[in-house]
Design a protein around this ligand. Structure first.
Ligand SMILES: [Fe+2]
Length: 294
């Protein structure tokens, strides 16, 4: 079995086959996968069978792991998954029952339906997310991905000149607030304070520039809040036009890796009385976004 990389489009999304991710990863295959991520931003593997530990071990080959921020903002609930290195993206509670409509974690999780990039609300943001499907409904629950490199390159030169160097404030409470999900304790709120992030990033690996925007971004530092917010809304609207968007239809056993530094994503609706069990490991970026911009 040898690894193959098949592009879905010339430089956005590729499918990778011929590899069992549960087995120790040879260096040459790791390099092939990393090169595919650099080029295509999103890579898809089908038909995998992974325990949480195998998923974490595989992710660790691509960088240090970000502990899940879920534990910081849900201090008083029972968590289903043992490791803090894996985030529970399911609609299940600590006893593996479908979350009640008013469950706090369900309301928080609904913010995954807004366009975002993982962990941009942390000073050292997320680099790669690795999301693995244990159980998926027959219909709905797709994930859409937007290519923020192509979106940046398609902006008029004057707009690129205007936004280069801008800094946005990102906060997880801003994305939740858009859905009026505000039931957090002072301790939870204090655990994830707002952070500054550049609006335009340059990949240290490829040199390619991209937008870096998300529903977590509330305003532009140094600009009146409404002006900054409207600019962010315009950039998100631009970046999520169909020509920049790929939709992933989940199958059990899929593992999708995306680069949070140059993509956004959102979950699509499904019948939440049915089980959807996805689990995510996220690697940590090399340094704070602003340090990289400097
Ligand atoms: Fe996400």
């Amino acid at each position: 079995m040898s690894i193959t990389v098949t592009p879905v489009s010339p430089d956005f999304v590729a499918e990778i086959a011929g590899i069992d991710l549960a087995r120790p990863l040879p260096d040459t295959d790791r390099e092939t996968i990393q090169a595919a991520i650099d080029r295509y931003a999103i890579v898809v593997f089908h038909g995998q069978t992974l325990t949480d530990e195998q998923q974490i071990d595989f992710a660790r080959r691509f960088g240090p792991i970000h502990s899940s921020a879920q534990r910081a903002r849900h201090t008083s609930i029972k968590h289903r998954l043992a490791s803090s290195e894996i985030a529970d993206i399911s609609n299940l509670d600590g006893d593996s029952r479908v979350l009640a409509p008013d469950a706090k974690r369900r309301l928080d999780w609904l913010a995954n339906r807004l366009w975002h990039t993982d962990a941009s609300f942390r000073a050292v943001p997320g680099a790669l997310s690795l999301l693995y499907a244990h159980v998926v409904p027959d219909e709905g629950g797709d994930t859409e991905f937007a290519d923020l490199r192509a979106a940046y390159e398609a902006l008029p030169a004057a707009t690129r000149g205007r936004i280069d160097g801008l800094i946005a404030e990102h906060s997880i409470w801003h994305s939740r607030g858009q859905l009026s999900v505000t039931r957090y304790t002072d301790e939870e709120l204090a655990s994830l304070p707002p952070v500054p992030q550049p609006v335009v990033r340059t990949s240290p690996r490829t040199g390619r520039k991209s937008l870096y925007v998300a529903s977590h971004a509330s305003h532009i530092i140094g600009m009146p809040v409404p002006d900054g917010r409207l600019l962010l809304m315009d950039l998100i609207e631009h970046a999520t036009q169909p020509r920049f968007v790929h939709r992933h239809r989940w199958r059990r056993g899929d593992l999708v890796i995306w680069d949070n530094r140059c993509t956004m994503h959102r979950a699509r609706p499904f019948d939440t009385t049915l089980v959807r069990d996805l689990r995510r490991v996220t690697t940590r970026d090399e340094s704070a976004g602003l340090e990289q911009a400097a």
